[in-house]
Design a protein around this ligand. Sequence first.
Ligand code: SF4
Length: 726
Amino acid sequence: METVSFCRICEPTCGMIATVEEGKLVSLRPDKDNPVTKGFSCPKGLEMVHVVNDKDRVIHPLRRTSDGTFEQISWETAISEIGQRLRAVRDRHGAESIGWYVGNPAGFSHSHGIWATGFVKGLGTKHLYSANTQDTSSRFVASALIYGSPLVIPVPDVERSDFVLLVGTNPLVSRGSIMSGGNLREKYNGVVARGGRVVVVDPRRTETARAYEHIGVRPDGDAWLLMAILHVIFTEGLADSKAIARQSKGIDIIRDAALAYSPEAVIDRTGLPAHEVRQLARDLATAKSAAVHGRTGACLGRHATLVNVLLDTLCLVTGNLDRPGGLVFGEGPINFASFGSRIGAASYATAHSRVGGFPEVIGHMPAPLMAEEINTPGPGQLRALIVSAGNPVLSVPGSVELEQALHRLDLQVAIDIYLNETHRSADYILPAATMYERDDAVLVALDLHLTPFMQWTDAVVPPRGQARPDWEIIDDIARELGFSPLAGLPLSAFVPKRFARLANKLLSPLNGRLTPELVVDLLLRSGKDGDWFGLRPGGLSVAALRKEPHGRVLAPHIETGRLRSRIKGGRVDLADRRIQEALRRLANEQQPDTEYPYRLIGRREIRTHNSWMHNTPKHLDPKRRQRALVNPKDAAELGITDGDVVRIISATGAGEVPAALTDDVRQGTIAVPHGWGHGDAGWQIANAAGGTNVNAINSPRVEDLEPLSGMSHMSGVPVRLEAAAR
Ligand code: SF4
């Protein structure tokens, strides 16, 4: 039997056809009839069939025994004991001593994030951590400062653009992040085919840079480069003053600051010839339309929030914000920013971390602080931690400290599909369903689709063994503690008042207990494309989408001219004092420490995803092992050749990785993929693939986190290199 569904590993959410035999998923192939992804997928998506059927998956609740191994227990026992132990921690130390870490895959489920957020809010703790501080928080903060909501994030209108500037992003490998565009190679090729240009700013000649034009900026030099581009635009009279006046306030602050950053003045920071930067600025400003987009490379530097503000500012000052071919504000059938704000998840700086005093970002605190939060005595000391769909020991800087700290917890619970490196110290492991074993809709991607689109999937196969959808597990633990994660939310969080009566009819037979399907249905039906509970036939509902399993395209392009209604106050606010502080920090940045002359950057790989997807049969291939990219001239100075192991030493840690020599990386730069360093966990192929945990090198120190977002510094980290002993 064939069933239509879609992949939920990353933003494209590629359409998939699943073949199921006797209740088992036997193969996946790209769905040619998906109107957006049109038969596109990547190797990771297809390898999910092995993840679903993996013999190493956790498919029964497990409890740690006194000899350190795990034993199988029933769900009833697991939930009851976890509830009992959490209640004991809460009674003794207060609810604020209980925390939650949510991994990246949770973001691609319709319910995981909503239920986990409801859990910590219902419990009354601010210890909510996630992969965001290793990925996106600085982008959220930039949006909070300039648009008034962390969840309003514009996307590049690639299909209509004449010039796309990509900063620290490698979409031919990542497939696009914080934007969802199906086959992006086709779309960027389309820009060039129309006579336009795609320019990639990156310290490495990435796969995307190779395909288009490359500007090889020095690692962590983005802030200086963007200020230099703005300098040229302002001083050469290239700014669109009408657009600036119409759409923003506070541009003087950026303009005045940019005067100090001529391309000539920042050569030592950007590593780029001044004439190249000047030409780039002129080309960007005079293009018929242009879009600027940055991702993890831009989000993980020392000035990450400022960099994200400047990326959007470049579009604003060139008249490319909220216009076809520029940076545009998507609004899906569920207005995610508005929903986030109604459930209290679109917040910034409403609370601060106990250690370091960092502001929360959409309710999340900096994950690198978890070890110190566990180790630091006093009210609010973290004593119990639930980790769902995550592996912070591999994905969060300071992994050595975190691994040690986890052993000091009174209780550690995992909700996951594998027993990973973090869960080795867990007291309980609760088996979660995979994406093909649950119904779903990717709510976070709805505002990010370049072609507005909506798709619903039912579960393709039942969960293996005793695995269950994450939301049910979270719900059950919460109920053991005496509350329901969503019970505190009024109906108006899901539907506007005018639909309350109709929505109530739907809810009353269920006694108000919300399921993810019901939540999505309420949001869809009352949304701008909804069926308004029958008042608008043909509108969206889960039932309507079930009849269109390949999904429904809602418009050919994102509507423009929406800025005023989409952002708080109707104008981009560049006058926030925190932007001024960020500009001052940039101006005062000291010259690099000569003790650590190299710069460590990250690298996304086509066949792996963060710290998972390393346990598929294809990873038995030794060619898939982790490698550090090193420039041949650096290698010669270090006395190493291809395949030799290089030792990478930062101010806080060290690690060893075999080198692959390539002039794709600038001299002085070393590129190492994250998510490796497996060993002694429950996944045999991943254990054998091993690798080095780059987060044993990256710093968790308070002074190394970006002050506005608590973002980890993982791009351009100062390091020293040595040839390792053979
Ligand atoms: S690009 Fe690959 S991993 Fe991402 S959604 Fe598509 S198939 Fe899945």
